[in-house]
Design a protein around this ligand. Structure first.
Ligand code: G6P
Ligand code: ZN
Length: 544
């Protein structure tokens, strides 16, 4: 086995986004493309020499080949040890856990999350830090800088490493530990939740459906729900991970997880339904005949977390991204705990979690998690729901109803307009930003009057860093709210995200259809931003 130094030319498009570098798979498969980025990761972290790293991915197309490349390069760059999931598979939260559990120097995760996989679809690579969380901007900037100047990379001349068998192999002096991707994660979940109570609930006839969307959580959900908790065989559907996710779009929302929605709204629906995304960090929760919006899910979890052993002592604080509804704020106020509002992106929770400011975080984009890892965690959210259901012995619908009666209801919806021409989307946002100062006092039908409008900026309370232009907020006098921002994760053109919210204090008017309840706010948003004038679109592609 000899170390080879290969000459290469810099690519000019290797700037990591919110979640590392994401590109179409053929882009990643170009000669030297992956190699250049991996070498740049090593440069940005001060070299791989002597380091212990975790490696795994969501099993999408190219995952296995990329893993071999990364292992060869890690060995050639002097890494001491790589802990890799069997067949190079690890869910994102499981990777975060392994990074922390084995006190490693970080890890490389291969995934494009909820984006489709396959030869013509998406692939991605990101680096997580020793705390288990995504690399902060300073580190991703250093990676980007390295991609622009590198001229060579190091690799090892060695045949493929067998990743199918659990155990230890030596690769050019580097120790490769192939581990069961599920075991340590399942043990962690067992330490957080009352598995006995949940098992008893299943034994008593409780039914659920978990749609793994042919993505990475299949084996995790089978082991935890069916094997350890005794859910009926077949509870987990689409449970075999496939390189192209069976042609599905592995994004758990009412549009892409339609089969689950249909089942949950059918006469013989199980009591509880859930789905997870490509790499297992997102979740959608549905009760029998009732959809739980991610913002409501976060609020209910925060209000009831003390029913699970890990959170029995109470929460230190909670955090939500700015576009997420204020439902959790009302819970925080009631509990007398701190409540943080951050920009979109899980990385903004990292400092708050590391400093012990918050215990639970969540986003409207189907992400919920806690301080047990440094990524959002789909199965964790499902298990916390199950723990709550097992203790309260009430249905999802009853729990939501009681929650709204106590706290009022934040009607909420997100409308996505996808694949808009970038120039048009930019022009729309620029025009909107240009008129924010003049919006206060402007009134619409239905007694809606704008109280204030701004562009969200955030100063991290831990490191003082400032993030500007994080989304336009239009706040109405009655507490209603419109937020507009362009997605940072789309791969085709621009995606406009329009977030809509209206607060109903109750006791009347708590069970309207959200789209009906929000109609005046939706109309105002279209009028203010001129969405159809700029983009030609009247109707959203996705409604959550
Ligand atoms: C990823 C991030 C999330 C973020 C989401 C939405 O999943 O991990 O933290 O909320 O993207 O991003 P977008 O920019 O597309 O709205
Ligand atoms: Zn994901």
């Amino acid at each position: 086995m000899t170390i080879k130094t290969i000459s290469t030319k810099a690519f000019d498009d290797q700037k990591p986004g919110t979640s590392g570098l994401r590109k179409k798979t053929p882009v990643f498969m170009q000669p030297n493309y992956l190699e250049n980025f991996v070498q740049s990761i090593f440069t940005a972290i001060g070299g791989a020499t002597g380091k212990t790293l975790v490696l795994g991915g969501d099993g999408r197309y190219f995952n296995d080949t990329a893993a071999q490349t990364i292992l060869r390069m890690a060995a050639a760059n002097g890494a001491k040890r790589v802990i890799v999931g069997q067949n190079a598979v690890l869910s994102t939260p499981a990777a975060s856990h392994l990074i922390r559990l084995y006190k490693t120097d970080g890890g490389i995760i291969m995934s494009a999350s909820h984006n489709p996989g396959g030869p013509e679809e998406d692939f991605g690579v990101k680096f997580n830090m020793p705390n288990g969380g995504p690399a902060p901007e300073a580190v991703t900037e250093a990676m980007y800088a390295a991609t622009k100047t590198l001229t060579e990379y190091k690799t090892l001349d060695t045949p493929d490493i067998d990743l199918s068998a659990i155990g230890r192999v030596d690769v050019g002096g580097m120790q490769v530990d192939v581990v069961d991707p599920v075991a340590d994660y399942a043990t962690l979940m067992e330490s957080l939740f009352d598995f006995g109570a949940i098992r008893a609930m299943f034994t008593a006839g409780f039914t659920m459906r978990f749609d793994a969307m042919c993505a990475v959580t299949g084996p995790y959900a089978r082991e935890i729900l069916e094997n350890r908790l005794g859910a009926a065989p077949g509870t987990v559907v689409n449970g075999t991970p496939l390189p192209d996710f069976g042609g599905m779009h592995p994004d758990p929302n009412p549009t892409w997880a339609k089969a689950l929605m249909d089942e949950m709204f059918s006469p013989d629906a199980p009591a509880f339904g859930a789905a997870s995304d490509g790499d297992g960090d997102r979740n959608m929760v549905v009760g029998k005949g009732i959809y739980v919006s991610p913002s409501d899910s976060l609020a209910v979890l925060a209000a009831n977390a003390h029913l699970a052993p890990a959170y029995a002592g109470g929460l230190k604080g909670v955090a939500r991204s700015m576009p997420t509804s204020a439902a959790v704020d009302r819970v925080a106020e009631f509990l007398g705990i701190k409540d943080y509002e951050t920009p979109t992106g899980w990385k903004f929770f990292g400092n708050l979690l590391d400093e012990g400011c918050v215990t639970i975080c969540g986003e409207e984009s189907f992400g919920t998690g806690s301080d047990h890892v440094r990524e959002k965690d789909g199965l964790w959210a499902v298990l916390l729901w199950l723990n709550i259901l097992a203790v309260r012995k009430e249905s999802v619908a009853e729990i939501l109803k009681q929650h709204w009666e106590k706290f009022g209801r934040n009607y909420y919806s997100r409308h996505d307009f996808e694949a808009i021409e970038t120039a048009k989307a930019d022009a729309m946002m620029a025009e909107l930003r240009g008129k924010l100062d003049g919006l206060a006092g402007v009134a619409f039908d239905h007694h809606l009057k704008i109280a204030e409008a701004d562009d969200f900026a955030y100063t991290d309370p831990v490191d003082g860093s400032l993030s500007q232009k994080q989304g336009v907020r239009i706040l109405f006098q009655d507490g209603s709210r419109i937020v507009m921002r362009l997605s940072g994760t789309g791969t085709e053109g621009a995606t406009l995200r329009l977030y809509l919210e209206r607060y109903a204090p109750g006791p009347e008017g708590l069970d309207l259809d959200p789209q009906e309840a929000l109609r005046p706010v939706i109309e105002a948003a279209h009028e203010i931003a001129g969405i159809s004038r700029h983009t030609g679109r009247k109707e959203p592609d996705v409604i959550t």
